[in-house]
Design a protein around this ligand. Structure first.
Ligand code: UDP
Length: 404
C-alpha cells in the first residue's frame, strides 16, 4: 500500500520481513495480494486484548492493509453471563464437561444476534474467530465467503456441545484449524494452518542487555540464580500447578528462580480465580506476577535459562514460538499444536508429566551447551515456519481460492 506523506509512524510493511524470509517470499506475497486489492475484509473475535487471538489479529490486520486489502477488526461485546458461557464452551471444545441448558444457549445466541445487528458484516471476506461469535453467520447477510477460524484444540470436543455448534460451523464456506489432528466431520471444507508471530512487535523485537536488566529490576525479579519462566494467561489448561510442582523437584538439584507471568483476557472470567490459587505458592524464589507489560514478556523470554509451556491442551502456543524466536530453549507439554512447534530434542523438549518436566529443567540448567544448541535450532524453526508472512500468505491463498 502506498504510504501517504502525512503518515506519522512507519507501520510494519511486508517488505520489512525481507531480512528474515528473503526477497522471493516477499515478492510472492505481493503477487498473491494483487488480485485482492481493495477487497474489504473483516476479522471478528471476542476481545481486543489478552490471549493469542488478539495478539495475532493486531499485526495481521495491519499487514493485510499493507498489502492492499481494506482489513478491519471488530470484537463482539457481551455481559459477563455471555463470557461465562463461552468460556465453558471453550473448555468443553477442549474436552471438559458442560451442561448447556436451553437458557444458556438462548443467552449465547441472543448476544451474538445483537452483535450481528451492531456490526454490519457486508465485507467481501469475513473471518470469524473461535466459538464466541460463531453463530453470527446465521444472522448476517453474506456478501462473500465466510470463514470460521478456530484456534482451540478440537481433537476431542465434548460430543453434545459439538452437536450443538456443528450446524453453525457448516454455514461457513470454510473452517481453518491449526493442525490436521483437529479435523472434524463436516460437510464444508477444512483448511489447516498454524498461527505465527510478529518479530517487530515490542514483545519480540531485539532488546539490549541493559533494557532487559532494567525491566527485570523494575519488577524486582532476582537474577542471581537462573530463571525458569512460564508466560501464560492464568488458565488451568496452562497447568501452572504442574509447573510449580516440576520446579520444586528441579530446584533441589539445580537452584533456580521460577517466574510465572500471566495476564487476564477480557473474555476469560476464570483468570482471577486461577491467579489467586497460584499466588498461594508465592515465595522469594517463586515469583507470580500479573502485569500488563509487554516489554517484560520480551525481557523474561530472553533472559530465561529455560522457558516452560506445560500446557495440558494448546491449539497452538504463541508463547512457545515467541520464546523460540529469542533462542531460548522451551520445554512444552506434549499436546496439540506444541507438538508441531517443538521437535523433541532438536529445538526444545516435549514432556508428558511433572517428573519429565523437572528432569528436563535440571538437564538444561546443567548444560549451557545444550541450551545454546536447542535455542539456535529453535530460532531457525521460527524464522522458517512461524513468522507472520507465512500466516498472511496462507490467508491470501484461501481468499484467492474463493475468487476462482
Ligand atoms: N501474554 C502476555 N502477557 C502475559 C501472558 C500472556 O502478553 O502475562 C501473551 C503471550 O505473550 C502470547 C499470548 O498472550 O502472545 C498468549 O497466546 P498463546 O497462544 O500462548 O495462548 P492463549 O492465551 O491464546 O491460550
Amino acid at each position: 500500500m502506498a504510504k501517504n506523506p502525512g503518515d506519522p509512524y512507519p507501520l510494519v510493511q511486508v517488505e520489512n520481513y525481507e531480512r528474515y524470509v528473503g526477497a522471493e517470499v516477499v515478492e510472492r506475497i505481493l503477487e498473491k495480494a494483487r488480485p485482492l486489492q481493495d477487497l474489504r475484509v473483516v476479522h471478528v473475535n471476542s476481545t481486543y486484548y489478552g490471549g493469542g487471538v488478539a495478539e495475532l489479529l493486531s499485526p495481521l490486520t495491519l499487514l493485510m492493509n499493507s498489502v492492499g486489502m481494506a482489513t478491519e477488526w471488530r470484537a463482539i461485546q457481551g455481559p459477563p453471563d455471555f463470557f461465562n458461557i463461552t468460556k465453558k464452551m471453550h473448555n468443553a471444545l477442549q474436552g471438559a464437561d458442560i451442561h448447556l441448558t436451553s437458557l444458556k444457549a438462548t443467552i449465547y445466541e441472543e448476544v451474538v444476534y445483537e452483535n450481528a445487528v451492531r456490526n454490519r458484516l457486508d465485507h467481501d471476506r469475513v473471518v470469524i474467530h473461535d466459538p464466541q461469535p460463531l453463530p453470527i453467520v446465521r444472522y448476517s447477510r453474506k456478501r462473500g465467503p465466510w470463514i470460521w477460524r478456530c484456534h482451540v484444540d478440537l481433537s476431542n470436543p465434548e460430543p453434545s456441545l459439538w452437536a450443538y455448534l456443528k450446524p453453525f460451523v457448516e454455514q461457513y464456506d470454510a473452517t481453518v484449524l491449526s493442525i490436521p489432528e483437529y479435523a472434524r466431520e463436516l460437510s464444508t471444507p477444512q483448511v489447516f494452518f498454524m498461527p505465527a508471530i510478529d518479530p517487530f512487535s515490542i514483545k519480540n523485537r531485539e532488546m539490549s542487555e541493559a533494557e532487559i536488566e532494567e525491566r527485570l529490576q523494575h519488577h524486582h525479579i532476582p537474577t542471581d540464580l537462573p530463571l525458569v519462566v512460564q508466560v501464560s494467561r492464568f488458565d488451568r489448561w496452562k497447568d501452572p500447578e504442574g509447573v510449580v510442582a516440576a520446579w520444586r523437584i528441579a530446584r533441589k538439584e539445580m537452584p533456580c528462580t521460577l517466574v510465572l507471568l500471566g495476564n487476564m483476557a477480557a473474555d476469560d472470567p476464570e483468570g482471577q480465580k486461577v491467579y489467586e490459587e497460584v499466588m498461594r505458592h508465592k515465595d522469594e524464589r517463586l515469583i507470580v506476577l500479573s502485569r500488563e507489560d509487554t516489554a517484560l514478556v520480551n525481557a523474561l523470554q530472553r533472559r530465561a535459562a529455560v522457558v516452560v509451556q506445560k500446557s495440558l491442551r494448546e491449539g497452538f502456543g504463541l508463547t512457545v514460538a515467541e520464546a523460540m524466536w529469542k533462542g531460548t530453549p522451551v520445554i512444552g507439554g506434549n499436546v496439540g499444536g506444541i507438538r508441531h512447534q517443538i521437535e523433541d530434542g532438536h529445538n526444545g523438549f516435549l514432556v508428558d508429566s511433572v517428573d519429565q518436566c523437572a528432569q528436563r529443567i535440571v538437564q538444561l540448567l546443567r548444560t549451557p551447551k545444550l541450551r545454546n544448541q536447542l535455542g539456535h535450532h529453535a530460532h531457525e524453526t521460527v524464522r522458517r515456519r512461524f513468522l507472520l508472512t507465512r500466516y498472511l500468505e496462507q490467508y491470501l491463498d484461501l481468499f484467492n481460492a474463493f475468487e476462482a
